[in-house]
Design a protein around this ligand. Structure first.
Ligand code: XUL
Length: 524
């Protein structure tokens, strides 16, 4: 049996997913919900602790407890943990865990007779970990940008301007506000490297995928940038291990997991990555031009690129792909289902009536255009909510329905152009991906095939596939990423939607009109 385990430590839960690569199947999936088990003990709501002033933290000890519970749950759903050959995974990006000088020895000496959390109680120099929802570091962002020579310099160096949630600004704020605790900090981990360290029983380095969410890593060399480290906190380099290739085995799983849960002593542990870079692999995006669009509350676009191109207008984040050779762009359009549902509800429609309205209206919508900013928009940057309609009456039911979807498709094309990649295929996930009329509009606007793709736990799947890929390589066999992901991520061909050439022509000319209207209504 060739079983591999992927673990995703996300904001509200920790998920384990096992693949059998001989059969090309996911054989088990289970999640530990933090609120369900730990809200009292760790004071979390929706997995997080709100501390005021924009500070949002979580509890690393809780993640240690959850990791043990996850192993028990995996056994309960029938997984023989001794069959797992390698384990990899991911963590919510950007969160930082601060460890004191006793952590290394505590990890090494883990005793299978005692709970993990009890043994790790004293290893933190900061009890809680700031996570990606934290917005308290605006000042530190500006200081770090200035420290490396300006915003543009940081963007070119690390692939991103300074974001409040990114690790570097969080580290800087900790050093500034709690200098004594900073002095007691021997190591800084990310959520990903903390969880993999628990499995390996030693400090595991950060991979380039998660390293690129720190504002500290040179995106092109995939190593820490001394200039960025210097702009962040004193002696930070001493507190970080060098960035590691995501495909390298860091060692066998610690005896704690062998004796307590029955893992095989030769089960290999890999570095973990960030949840978004891991999802890139779990969605099968391992060739340039492959793009996935998740149609959720917000619409999120993930793209695989072969070069580290940056968005100079701040419209997307850039991360290294854990496949070792590509990069990923992440673009978040806030008004996704939020806008679709606002139109549906305003006109008292259900989804069937919404779909009929799409079917009854022609591509181009007779020139009726909407800028669907029901809430303040991230991409393009629109600070205040406000829907704008051109040639479109508020009460024109069918016109508004088509206008909102066309706007979303046109905007996703215009605002992904900075990536400089010809989009070759679009895998669409999330609730609205069930609606083929919506998908046809995306296919016609992008001029490429669109495929609905049902997926849950793409991050954990990405981890399991990484474990499989690295295990094959470590056994001395050649392997191609395309072959690793294909059995798990190829959407059924019969669901594929091809672009219609006549409609494409309509949208090619509408793109310019839409772009002009958008430009005149956004402050740049
Ligand atoms: C990405 C981001 C979130 C977290 C949590 O930049 O902040 O997606 O990774 O999932």
């Amino acid at each position: 049996m060739s079983n591999f385990l992927g673990i995703d430590s996300s904001t509200q839960s920790m998920t384990g997913l096992v693949v059998d690569t001989d059969r090309g199947e996911i054989v088990a999936e289970t999640s530990v919900n933090f609120d369900e088990h730990y809200s009292g003990l760790y004071n979390v709501t929706n997995g997080v602790i709100e501390l005021g002033d924009g500070q949002v933290h979580s509890a690393p000890l809780m993640w240690a407890e959850a990791l043990e519970r996850l192993c028990r749950q995996l056994r309960d759903v029938g997984v023989d943990l001794s069959s797992i050959r390698a384990v990899a995974g991911s963590g919510q990006q950007h969160g930082t865990v601060y460890l004191n000088g006793s952590a290394e020895a505590a990890l090494k000496g883990l005793d299978a007779g005692r709970d993990l959390a009890v043994q790790l109680d004293g290893v933190f120099s900061r009890a809680t970990a700031p996570i990606w929802m934290d917005t308290s570091t605006g000042e530190q962002c500006r200081q770090i940008e200035a420290g490396v020579g300006g915003r543009e310099a940081l963007l070119q160096l690390t692939g991103n301007t300074a974001f409040e949630r990114f690790s570097g600004p969080q580290i800087r704020r900790f050093w500034q506000t709690e200098p004594q605790a900073w002095e007691r900090t021997a190591s800084v981990c990310l959520v990903s490297s903390f969880v993999s360290s628990l499995l390996a029983g030693r400090l595991v380095p950060v991979d380039a995928g998660d390293g690129s969410g720190t504002n500290l890593m040179d995106i092109r060399t995939r190593s820490w940038s001394q200039a960025a480290l210097d702009a962040t906190a004193p002696d930070l380099a001493d507190r970080l291990l060098p960035v590691i290739d995501a495909d390298s085995v860091v060692g066998p799983i610690h005896a704690f997991w062998v004796d307590r849960y029955g893992f095989a002593p030769d089960c290999q542990v890999l570095p973990f990555s960030g949840d978004n870079p891991s999802s890139l692999l779990g969605l099968g995006l391992v060739q340039t031009g492959q793009v996935a669009l998740s149609l959720g509350t917000s619409d999120t676009l993930f793209a695989c690129m072969d070069e580290a191109r940056v968005s100079t207008t701040g419209e997307g984040a850039l991360f290294a792909s854990p496949d070792g050779s590509h990069f990923m762009a992440l673009i978040c359009f806030l008004n996704g289902s939020l806008a679709r549902e606002a139109v549906r509800d305003h006109h008292g429609l259900d989804w069937d009536a919404f779909t009929r309205a799409l079917a009854e209206t022609p591509p181009g919508n007779h020139g009726r255009i909407m800028l669907p900013w029901f809430a303040a928009e991230i991409v393009p940057h629109v600070p205040d909510p406000g829907v704008i309609r051109c040639n479109l009456e508020v009460d024109d039911v069918a016109g508004n329905v088509r206008a909102v979807i066309e706007a979303q498709a046109l905007s996703s094309k215009i605002h992904s152009e900075w990536m400089g990649v010809a989009i070759r295929s679009l895998s669409v996930t999330g609730g609205a991906s069930a609606n083929r009329n919506i998908l046809q509009i995306f296919a016609d606007v992008h001029g490429c095939p669109v495929q609905p793709f049902e997926t849950t736990n793409a991050a954990a799947l990405g981890g399991a596939l990484r474990a499989a890929h690295a295990h094959t390589r470590a056994s001395g066999r050649q392997t191609d990423w395309r072959d690793t992901v294909a059995p798990f991520t190829t959407p059924p061909a019969e669901l594929r939607i091809e672009p219609d050439p006549a409609n494409r022509a309509v949208y090619d000319s509408l793109l310019e009109t839409y772009g002009t209207i958008e430009n005149t209504n956004t402050v740049r």
